[in-house]
Design a protein around this ligand. Structure first.
Ligand code: 3NM
Ligand code: MG
Length: 522
């Protein structure tokens, strides 16, 4: 069976200045490419044949399959291992009848219909693209996106056809691509196809090696993934309380930076909530400052309550992923408008969130479920019939912790579901209490980030630390503070409740967490 993990597509016109085709290809093979496709769109047959011959010799030397794009005649002439066909090229069954038995046939797919057809036609593999935007090929169909690849993988059902993603893949987005492209049943890509990142590089060896190393890193994480049946002992209610208390101490001792790109309604109270917990807020939005901020330990909150600053949100998330800083995403009112839906998809398609937090209406919109509707930023009705299953499935799909807020809060990492029953109805009487939950989660994730310097565990591919604990801690802190504030004699209504809530965040003690936090692990 062919190894599709790092599939190189060549093109002579892409060669870096002064590079010779055979030299570039050999360097890429030495760097760890596992399949080679020769793709020449503008060459005369004689030149194409010559390039194919050179490729065949090198692929034999490195024992790597050679695929020819589109041209069955060239594939036959050089005894290539197979062909790659676009949607307007020769149909699979015709190619199959012309090629020797066992030839590999791949098909470019951009949507579910393409995928189903390729499976039906008996293709050996499909190229799903474009996963990111690219200038290497003029795209005639929409970009699929990392999360969209999962939908196409769903369409494979039980077929054992192999899959690669293609389009705009480079060392800066490969991990996000491998991690995010997953079907609802957990099916992953067999590989990635790369053109310019390797073949246009002045150093194809290093370019291929860099990609190879990221693939190994990801494979190791997949192998280490926590078993689905076993709940680690730190996730008992008492274990969680101890973890939260530890993070509270770390936040107060180290005062991590909590960078928040949030909305104008809540900026001031969110910054004050951060300070009350003992951390250090910065409410910076300009794209130009995102890199510098990502270098300072802490966490990032992206709340698009008033969708602006999109460019800053994209960059901040990417830099945070690179720096393994937690990214907490609060898609406020995402169900309210098409614009918000598109923006959320773009953000989630670009970076990996560590935690996504929302009310039932928001999370339903993200999950494209009709079960719960929204009105503006509010959720309508009583929520999901089965909140636990909903958060678990969404966490698996989005590859992160999901927090569903409401009278009861539900949190899942895709395996474990935690149910929290604290809080007070006064929270619904002030604006921005949901946004403050996001702030508290980001602050606790910043604290959790400080506890972990290691590089193991799946969540640590994008953020160091226990993000499940961070998410639980943030919700517990805000809801316990709300109970304390609502019970005070000097609180008469929403006007006095808000400052009391901020006071109680700063006065939260380990004893309160131990005695009052109502945590169930399902
Ligand atoms: N096919 P790069 S995108 C050859 O979407 C090709 O089917 C695509 O090049 C598809 O890795 C693409 O340089 C070009 O972005 C990918
Ligand atoms: Mg073609």
């Amino acid at each position: 069976m062919a190894d599709y993990s790092l599939y190189l597509v060549t093109g002579r016109h892409l060669l870096s200045h002064g590079k010779v085709y055979a030299q570039a290809l050999e360097e890429a093979l030495q760097g760890g490419v596992t399949v080679v496709q020769v793709r020449e769109k503008d060459l005369d047959t004689l030149e194409f044949l010559e390039i194919a011959r050179q490729s065949k010799a090198l692929c034999e030397k490195y024992k790597v399959p050679l695929i020819i794009n589109d041209r069955i005649d060239i594939a036959l002439a050089v005894q290539a291992d197979g062909v790659h066909l676009g949607q307007t090229d020769m149909p699979v069954h015709v190619a199959r009848s012309l090629l020797p038995p066992g030839a590999l046939i791949g098909v470019s797919c951009n949507n579910v219909e393409h995928v189903k057809q390729a499976v039906h036609d008996g293709a050996d593999y499909i190229g799903i693209g474009a996963v990111w935007s690219t200038t290497t090929k003029r795209l005639t169909s929409p970009v699929v996106g990392v999360r969209g690849v999962g939908t196409l993988l769903d369409a494979l059902d039980a077929s054992n056809i192999r899959t690669v993603a293609i389009g705009g893949i480079s060392s800066s987005n490969l991990l996000r691509t491998l991690h995010g492209a997953i079907s609802s049943s957990g099916r992953r890509l067999d590989g990635v196809a790369v053109v310019s990142d390797i073949f246009a590089s002045p150093d194809p060896f290093s370019a291929a090696k860099r990609l190879r190393d990221i693939i190994s890193l990801h494979n190791n994480h997949v192998l280490q993934q926590r078993s689905l049946t076993e709940v680690p002992s730190r996730y008992t209610p008492d274990g969680i309380k101890s973890g939260i208390i530890n993070i509270m101490r770390l936040i107060r001792e180290s005062s991590p930076l909590v960078h928040q790109i949030t909305n104008v309604v809540v900026t001031n109270q969110s910054a004050n909530a951060t300070l009350a917990l003992g951390a250090s807020p910065i409410m910076a939005t300009a794209p130009e400052e995102m890199y510098d901020l990502s270098r300072i330990p802490g966490a990032l909150l992206i709340n698009f309550g008033t969708v602006k600053d999109k460019e800053g949100m994209i960059l901040a998330g990417q830099f945070a992923n690179d720096a393994k800083k937690p990214v907490v995403f609060d898609p406020v009112g995402v169900g309210a408008t098409q614009f918000r839906k598109t923006t959320a998809a773009e953000l989630l398609g670009t970076w990996q969130a560590s935690v996504i937090k929302g009310n039932a209406g928001e999370l339903a919109a993200l999950a494209e479920s009709n079960e719960v509707q929204s009105k503006g930023v509010d959720s309508v009705g009583s929520g999901f019939a089965d909140s636990a299953s909903f958060v678990k499935a969404l966490a698996r799909k989005e590859r992160c912790i999901v927090v569903l807020t409401g009278p009861t809060d539900w949190i899942s990492d895709g395996d474990i579901v935690v149910r929290l029953d604290n809080g007070d109805k006064m929270l619904a009487s002030i604006t921005g209490s949901g946004c403050m939950v996001g702030t508290c989660i980001a602050t606790f994730c910043a604290g959790a980030n400080l506890t972990d310097t290691g590089d193991d565990g799946v969540s640590n591919m994008f953020a160091k630390g226990d993000m499940l604990l961070g998410a639980i801690g943030g919700v517990v802190a805000l809801t316990l503070a709300a109970e304390a504030a609502a019970g005070r004699k000097d609180v008469f209504g929403s006007g006095t409740f808000l400052p009391a809530l901020i006071d109680e965040l700063s006065r939260l003690t380990s004893d309160t967490v131990r005695d009052k936090a109502n945590i169930q692990v399902l």
